[in-house]
Design a binder for this molecule. Structure first.
Ligand SMILES: *Cc1c(COP(=O)(O)O)cnc(C)c1O
Length: 366
């Protein structure tokens, strides 16, 4: 059978190796596996969410309320915007997909940083758009602006990942606003804030406020997710905030019931337990210091991170070998060779998990 030509160019997103496969391949005990490859919340699900979920399962036979009005109300309140400014997705991934499908096509290009979230490229390639990246791996707003100017006629979307996955750097909000100000209104600026809860805790200057963003820039969309700080990666739920004209176009692409009855309830409950999120974020940066200390002592380079992971860059050693070695010990980390980096991204785990990772890292690298 002949398939669409565009498919021959596509590769899948590389997900972290699931615990189940490590158990299967190496015979490791599931309890002994440390999975710090996908920036999930190491503290799991908030107790409040867990308890509330028992109740909702008996409604699993019903389609969810497709207006998602209850969740939108809570989110609107939190971000100080209107419900009509919000779209709900099966992960913010799905909102990225909608954004690409509303704006990009074969004749257009999308602009992004040298090493950034892989789904931007994957979705853009699905519609045949050209990918333009900065030479800098991290976000360099000056370089982004120059590339924008040089390709003004064809750029339809600019992706900003704040803080950036997989490198962890984060531009200051005021510089981001200055940058967006220079972009013409027909270009959609996607401001992906999957880790903003972490960045704004570490440094207030990084805080992108959805309300400020959409009131000042009619062509910008703010993306948030429940997968990281809120501990609901397995529930697949995220959201976009933008002016209501953008939201109504994106909604045309949204399949009915794109999130489940269970995820809908989980997200609403998670928003009621801000304390859990605060504790997780606090622990994240305390534990991150331990990685920085060990990296310094082993002379390993890293970029100061504003997210829930730290990326270590290697010189002599090969990141794939290190990851393979650790996998045999039941430790799953993310190798970044596919991003063109000889580096490993480590999600900051619980104290015990980090102790185990650091022990083995020291042993392998000494
Ligand atoms: C994890 C992540 C997302 C979204 O994840 P979902 O689980 O689809 O909500 C979006 N952007 C970045 C940069 C991420 O790291």
């Amino acid at each position: 059978m002949k398939f669409n030509k565009i498919l021959s160019n596509l590769k899948n997103y590389e997900t972290g190796k699931p615990i189940e496969l490590v158990v299967c391949e190496f015979g490791t005990n599931p309890e002994d596996v440390v999975k710090l490859a996908s920036n999930e919340n190491p503290f799991g699900v908030s107790k409040m969410v867990e308890q509330g979920m028992q109740e909702v399962f008996k409604n699993a036979y019903l389609y969810p309320d497709d207006s998602y009005y209850e969740l939108k109300d809570v989110l609107a309140n939190k971000h100080n915007v209107q419900s009509s400014n919000i779209i709900i997705g099966a992960g913010s991934d799905q909102i990225i997909e909608f954004c690409v499908h509303t704006k990009a096509n074969k004749k257009s290009a999308v602009l992004m940083a040298g090493a950034t979230f892989a789904m931007y490229e994957i979705y853009a390639k699905q519609v045949g758009a050209e990918i333009i990246r900065t030479k800098s791996k991290t976000h360099n707003l000056k370089e982004l602006k120059e590339l924008y100017k040089a390709n003004k006629d064809k750029i339809s979307i600019i992706f900003l990942c704040l803080p950036n996955n997989p490198l962890g750097e984060c531009a200051d909000a005021k510089d981001v606003y200055k940058f967006i100000n220079k972009i013409k209104k027909n270009v959609l600026v996607v401001v992906d804030c999957a880790y903003m809860e972490f960045a704004s805790f570490k440094d207030k200057d990084k805080l992108i406020q959805a309300k400020y963003l959409i009131e000042n820039f009619e062509n910008a969309i703010f993306l948030g997710t429940f997968s990281k700080a809120y501990g609901l990666g397995g529930m697949r739920i995220g959201y976009g905030i933008a002016n209501k004209f953008i939201i109504s176009e994106l909604n045309k692409l949204r399949p009915p019931f794109n999130i489940t009855t269970l995820s809908l309830r989980a997200a609403i409950l998670a928003l009621q337990d801000q304390n859990f999120v605060d504790e997780c974020v606090k622990s994240n940066f305390l534990e991150m210091k331990r990685y920085e200390t060990v990296a310094d002592s082993l002379n390993i380079e890293y970029i100061p991170s504003y997210a829930n992971f730290i990326t270590l860059k290697f010189k002599e050693q090969n990141s794939t070998d290190i990851c393979q070695n650790l996998l045999k010990k039941g430790i799953i980390l993310r190798d970044l060779q596919s991003y063109g980096l000889n580096a490993i991204r480590i999600t900051i785990g619980t104290s015990e998990q980090n102790t185990k990772v650091l022990e083995h890292l020291r042993e392998i690298l000494k």
